[in-house]
Design a binder for this molecule. Structure first.
Ligand code: SF4
Ligand code: SF4
Length: 318
């Protein structure tokens, strides 16, 4: 993840990216460090995402060069296609091809269409065809329903409900089978039944937190577990080995699940001006409760919690 800033603020964005997120882009120094650490951790292929990687095209080229130098294969670069109508679009595709980038993952769905004109991903696909760049539309099955929109503009929720379906949010989430973290926690709360917190708490360890089947590394060289966003660990420390007690929130979840996290939040609240008080309206799932517990704890001194993530996730376009 070369940045968190994005031209869109999609309502399902697991990383809560948006135009108001930090504007930084991965630096040459961090890119080199991340590539070295990925090699040390035996990671041999990646995809480049964000945020929106094309917000700094030279930065994107630099990232590709560093991955090439490290012998790490680039499977594809993700983009929302906001730049498809820029005069330099074809030249940028050629420059990426020169760097060995041969595939783009082009986002296309009703959530993106609230921010990016529906014609942009299709225009970019055509430019890719002309330039010899491979691509896939994610997800192509939405092309048919999106053709009911005006192609040259983004659409509000009211317009989408009128042209696609009053239930397009719930239906799109189902088609994607999206992970209901990040900004999508709001979708879950709107469309799912809620339960009292004590019905959701268990002590099953979240042992998938350290899975390396699919994980992310951000522009600050933090490892981010797949799905459980808002949590992070320095990649360098993860590879070198982390001593017990250094990251209490992560450790609580990894060893004792949400029950341990709840205990930590209640204990921390004993010394704080504002204790953690469970929402009387309940929570739709254990992971949703976990989000809110972590949001509470993020106001204190836990490096493994990205406080900005929690606040950005709650900026949800109703
Ligand atoms: S889903 Fe992609 S395009 Fe949408 S806000 Fe997140 S990073 Fe940006
Ligand atoms: S309870 Fe929290 S840490 Fe565990 S899987 Fe759900 S979001 Fe991830």
């Amino acid at each position: 993840m070369v940045n968190y800033r994005c031209t869109a603020a999609c309502r399902h964005c697991l990383y809560a990216c948006s135009p108001t997120r930090e504007a930084g882009y991965i630096t040459l120094e961090t890119a080199r460090q991340v590539c070295w650490l990925l090699r040390a951790g035996r990671c041999r292929s990646v995809h480049i995402g964000g945020g929106e990687p094309f917000l700094d095209f030279n930065g994107l080229v630099m990232m590709a060069q560093e991955l090439n130098s490290a012998g790490i294969r680039i499977e594809y670069v993700e983009t929302n296609a906001f730049w498809a109508s820029l005069p330099e679009a074809t030249e940028q595709l050629r420059r990426l091809l020169d760097q060995g980038v041969d595939t783009l993952c082009i986002s296309l769905d009703p959530f993106h269409a609230e921010y990016v004109a529906y014609r942009n991903p299709l225009d970019l696909a055509r430019l890719c065809d002309e330039a010899g760049m491979g691509y896939f539309l994610w997800k192509e099955q939405f092309v048919s329903s999106l053709s009911r929109l005006e192609a040259h503009k983004s659409h509000s929720r009211a317009e989408m409900e009128a042209r696609l379906s009053p239930a397009y949010i719930r239906d799109t989430a189902r088609v994607y089978d999206i992970r209901l973290g990040g900004r999508a926690i709001n979708i879950e709360r709107t469309y799912s039944k809620s339960f009292p917190y004590n019905k959701l708490v268990d002590d099953k360890p979240c042992s998938g937190l350290l899975s390396t089947n699919h994980f992310h590394v951000d522009l600050h060289a933090y490892f981010i577990p797949s799905g459980c966003t808002g949590l992070r660990l320095p990649l360098a420390e993860l590879i070198a080995g982390i001593p017990d007690g250094r990251y209490p929130v992560f450790e609580a979840l990894y060893q004792g699940g949400v029950a341990a996290l709840l205990r930590l939040a209640l204990e921390r609240g004993n010394d704080a001006p504002v204790p953690f008080v469970p929402d009387k309206a309940g929570y739709p799932s254990k992971c949703n409760l976990c989000f809110h517990l972590r949001r509470y704890l993020a106001q204190y001194e836990f490096e493994e919690l990205d406080a900005e993530h929690y606040e950005e996730s709650l900026k949800y376009s109703t």
